[in-house]
Design a protein around this ligand. Structure first.
Ligand code: GTP
Ligand code: MG
Length: 197
């Protein structure tokens, strides 16, 4: 897929205020700092479409981006950021949960995990939540540039093995690096395929 246009549409904390257009939508979720916003920029070949930061907790709203006039990418706040107050965290959680439960045009969610790390409890719990609510998701292993290729492959094989302890099958997964652009073509091809269905 060629990206012809990528424009920011709206930010909010209320799913009822998200765009009303019934276009296929893809959401990015995962722990704070895992690289959600960076990945959106990399995929769209844009430097600062989504705001990024070295400090976790940068994205705090539901952000809609309209791509090629016919689908949406959604950048969401990260979960699991300890420094956000408990009250704020609960508020975050409730609007994110609401988004997933109510957004009917959501066709696929990408759960981003750092390719250097073993499965984290919070990610497994989130995948469980998606599964229980029959929300389709894929896994995206991010920051692949931070590991050598053999270590990276080993880590991913081991991650999937651990998932199989609770899941019958491993969801579709992608390996990406926002620094090198690795994984971009494969990701866009996937979205293209889903959009054609
Ligand atoms: P929140 O909005 O806080 O939830 O974070 P986020 O998941 O959107 O992460 P963000 O894209 O802001 O990136 C966090 C940090 O990781 C930034 O310093 C990025 O430059 C860095 N980063 C993101 N992706 C990559 C990657 O693929 N490789 C490397 N080396 N660094 C990355
Ligand atoms: Mg972000």
């Amino acid at each position: 897929m060629k990206i012809k246009s990528a424009e920011f549409i709206i930010s909010n904390t209320d799913v009822s205020k998200c765009p009303k257009e019934r276009l296929p939508e893809y959401a990015f979720i995962g722990r704070s700092n895992v690289g959600k916003s960076s990945l959106i920029n990399m995929l769209m070949s844009r430097k600062d479409l989504a705001k990024i930061s070295g400090k976790p907790g940068k994205t705090q709203l539901i952000n809609h981006f309209k791509i090629n006039e016919n689908w949406f990418l959604v950048d969401l706040p990260g979960y699991g950021y300890a420094k956000v107050s408990k009250k704020k965290r609960q508020k975050f959680q409730s609007f994110i949960e609401d988004y997933f439960l109510k957004r009917e045009q959501l066709v696929c969610t990408f759960v981003l995990v750092d390719s250097r790390h073993d499965p984290q409890k919070i990610d497994l719990e989130f995948m469980q939540f998606l599964g229980e609510n029959r929300i389709p998701f894929c896994i995206v292993f991010t920051k692949a540039d931070k590991l050598g290729s053999s270590k990276l492959n080993k880590q991913i094989v081991s991650y999937k093995k651990k998932l199989l302890q609770t899941w019958e099958e491993v969801p579709t997964s992608f390996i990406t690096s926002s620094s090198t652009g690795f994984g971009r073509d494969e990701f866009l091809k996937f979205v293209d395929g889903v959009n054609q269905d």
